[in-house]
Design a protein around this ligand. Structure first.
Ligand SMILES: [Zn+2]
Length: 270
């Protein structure tokens, strides 16, 4: 599943193709993905100029000069293809720029989404309404975490996966950040002192930024020719490494919780 770093790299790649460009043709090739594609999406985007691109959590944002924003989510298997040689059944939205470049949103499992919202009303877009701060932004601070975690008895891992507390963090990056910050995943959120919270904020940024850097800077790097959406960094510290050595010399353990696995090191994570 594309996580925040993959979405960030996608947005950076799309920026090189779309920024400042007029959209000559916009063609949805089906009526829905995870939910309906807005019926007026084609009309609102065709002829519009892209004035910027951005990201909120795992949503990509494409701003136009008509005051609209196209919001895309890659779901489980989505990716943008650049100047595809052929169009297949899983290419659900085609965009051709006035400069002659073509983009295709390809999503075999169709868990992704496409929405078009007035830019001024973005904060009212359903998924954004109760969303916490961006993990790479200044709003995620020690003060912020100390305030929202105060008195919380839930495990820190579950709290970090709660999009209302921090936006866009997935299981892999939470496991990695907790290992780097040496915090046990099951520790109650309210019992983590400020020095550890400082380490946690830094660890979250480090694991995400390392993954973004590993992703390269172009969409071509991102969308591998075989069409597989791989994670950029396969050298995780603990994720997927049960029984192997943690950098501290301890042995990585795995615990099933819900449908996910938690990977952690019982020796250094307290
Ligand atoms: Zn360890």
């Amino acid at each position: 599943m594309p996580e925040l770093p993959e979405v960030e790299t996608t947005v950076r790649g799309l920026r090189s193709v779309l920024e400042g460009e007029r959209l000559a043709e916009v063609t949805p090739r089906r009526a829905d993905l995870r939910r309906a594609i807005p019926a007026d999406l084609r009309q609102r985007l065709t002829g519009a100029r892209v004035i910027g691109l951005g990201r909120r959590a795992k949503y990509g944002l494409i701003y136009t000069d008509r005051g609209d924003t196209l919001i895309f989510h890659l779901g489980m298997s989505g990716r943008w293809r650049v100047d595809p040689a052929d169009i297949g059944t899983h290419d659900h939205l085609l965009i051709t720029t006035e400069a002659g470049r073509q983009l295709s949103l390809n999503d075999p499992r169709r868990f992704g989404s496409l929405d078009i919202i007035e830019t001024d009303a973005l904060a009212q877009f359903g998924p954004f309404q109760a969303m916490g701060p961006e993990p790479l932004g200044d709003d995620l601070s020690v003060d912020y975490l100390a305030r929202v975690l105060e008195g919380r008895l839930a495990p820190i891992k579950a709290l970090l996966l709660d999009q209302r507390i921090v936006a866009g963090l997935g299981n892999i990056y939470v496991c990695e950040a907790l290992n780097l910050a040496r915090i046990a995943p099951g520790k109650p959120g309210g019992q983590i002192g400020r020095p550890k919270l400082k380490a946690l904020v830094e660890a979250i940024r480090m694991v995400l930024e390392a993954a973004i850097l590993a992703g390269g800077s172009t969409l071509r790097d991102y969308a591998r020719p075989d069409g597989e959406l791989g994670y950029f960094s396969t050298q995780w510290r603990v994720y997927g490494r049960e029984g192997e050595a943690c950098p501290c010399g301890g042995i990585v353990a795995r615990r099933a919780d819900g449908g996910r696995s938690t990977f952690f090191c019982p020796k250094c994570q307290r």
